[in-house]
Write a protein that binds this ligand. Structure first.
Ligand code: ZN
Length: 460
């Protein structure tokens, strides 16, 4: 089975030209101008951007939380991702304290295997690092193709590891050829502020925001960079939101250190003003919380400075009735918001169209860098001979509106209701298969494959 996509504007992190793409089976076999190859199917892409499939390295699908689950399963979440031009996602496996990594992996495999529509991989969240966990790191890297290990500097008693464990984990992960990623906020300080607000009867979503001030993130980001520098372990900060935290990373560059930084689409576009809307603010309760306008400026600048490498989502949707668990107490609101489907179109419309980032930069932070940093490049994240034929045909002129009425995510509100965007995903190929054709998904549950990832060394 072969497909020839003709006369599209082919854009990668480095290239931008009008040309053709030839797909054979699951991979791209040729790119160029006026390819004279016979194909089973020919598609005229005149007027369309031809982009690599998006890679969202931060999503939580079917994640157990406070007796409930995040509402997108691996099926509905990866399908919604495909509609939005994201062909590969990386989900988080969460070790339970006192249990092994392997047990957690088996549990997540049980939910994802045979259900995902789009391709996916796993990060392993290490919440309890001890001698038996140490032995499992090698197994994850060598046997499972899981080369990134997530840590939490917050959520004491559930997910947090202390600096002693962080240091030991980093030494081991470095040795095995992996990377440590981090939720970098100062957990003790945040726990104290939450308790203080609750004891004062300050229980609305606004106090979720006020319990996680910028300094809690700046401090932990700097501490993480310090331990990574000392151990020599490649480090990656997930969902970085603010000026103080980015400056901690900037400072680390002064001693010639590279720490990878991911921000999420919401931190570029939304601000803490939304928490003034009484309980409706719960729609955007996430950790870290939305910040100030000045932080948005910092993050856009950080992308252009090469300090912010990835734009992800931290997609973790909950139905409104799940959010209502925290109606009387902000600390009980399930954290997270839906975005997996909207990331590419929002970043194009608000970023490229408004002149904040270039078209090549858009592809770099949404597709190429996440694939490179996490050991999937050049199979994923670019358009090249031999790469998976994960291809998005994007109509740069098409205007549309984001709404719960039209999205495919399994959640009953949109975090971007009524946003008018220019630029829309039109067709999506996943490993050579036409997966999305306008409003239709043409691949079944189970089509998505688990992507084993290569070792990484912190160089891209
Ligand atoms: Zn997350």
């Amino acid at each position: 089975m072969s497909v020839l996509i003709k006369n599209g504007r082919i854009v990668t992190a480095a290239d931008d030209y009008i040309g053709d793409v030839f797909i054979e089976g699951e991979t791209i076999s040729a790119l160029g101008k006026n390819l004279s190859l016979q194909a089973d199917t020919t598609i005229d892409a005149t007027g369309f951007l031809v982009l690599p499939g998006g890679v969202d390295p931060h999503v939580h699908l079917d994640m157990p939380f406070m007796g409930t689950f995040s509402s997108d399963t691996h099926e509905t979440g990866t399908r919604a991702a495909l509609f939005g031009g994201t062909t590969t996602v990386i989900d988080f496996v969460l070790q339970k304290q006192g249990h092994s990594l392997k047990e957690a992996l088996t549990e997540w495999q049980g939910r994802a295997t045979g259900t995902a529509v789009g391709d996916y991989s796993f990060h392993m969240a290490v919440t309890d690092f001890n001698e038996s966990t140490r032995a499992e790191i090698r197994e994850m890297v060598e046997r499972e193709g899981i080369t990134s290990f997530k840590t939490f500097m917050a959520y004491k008693g559930a997910l947090m590891i202390d600096d002693r464990q962080m240091t030991a984990l980093m030494q081991e992960v470095r040795k095995q050829g992996g990377m440590v990623t981090v939720h970098a906020t100062n957990g003790d300080m945040i726990d104290y502020l939450i308790d203080q607000h609750r004891s004062e009867g300050k229980l609305s979503p606004l106090y979720h925001y006020l319990s996680q001030p910028e300094v809690t993130e700046a401090e932990a980001s700097g501490r993480f960079a310090d331990i990574a520098d000392y151990t020599g372990c490649p480090g990656y900060i997930v969902h970085l939101t603010c000026e103080g935290a980015l400056n901690a990373v900037r400072n680390a560059t002064r001693r010639n250190q590279k720490v990878f930084v991911e921000t999420c689409i919401q931190y570029l576009l939304l601000d803490a003003g939304l928490y003034q809307r009484d309980f409706e603010g719960a729609k955007w309760v996430m950790s870290p919380p939305l910040r100030q306008k000045k932080d948005q400026e910092t993050l856009w600048a950080g992308i252009n400075q090469g300090l912010v490498n990835v734009v992800a989502t931290d997609h973790c949707p909950f139905f409104w009735k799940q959010k209502l668990m925290g109606e009387r107490d902000f600390s009980k609101i399930p954290n997270g918001h839906p975005a997996i489907e909207n990331r590419m179109e929002l970043l194009y419309s608000e970023g490229v169209n408004k002149g904040r980032i270039s078209l090549n930069k858009f592809v770099e932070v949404a597709c190429t860098n996440p694939a490179k940093i996490f050991g999937m490049f050049p199979r994923k994240g670019t358009l090249a001979p031999g790469s998976d034929a994960d291809i998005v045909l994007f109509d740069p002129k098409k205007q549309h509106m984001l709404s719960v009425a039209t999205h495919h995510m399994n959640v009953d509100y949109s975090a971007y209701e009524g946003w008018e965007l220019t630029g829309k995903v039109c067709r999506v190929f996943l490993r050579g298969q036409l997966a999305i054709d306008k409003d239709e998904c043409l691949v079944e549950k189970g089509y998505g494959q688990f992507i084993r990832r290569a070792k990484v060394n912190g160089r891209i």
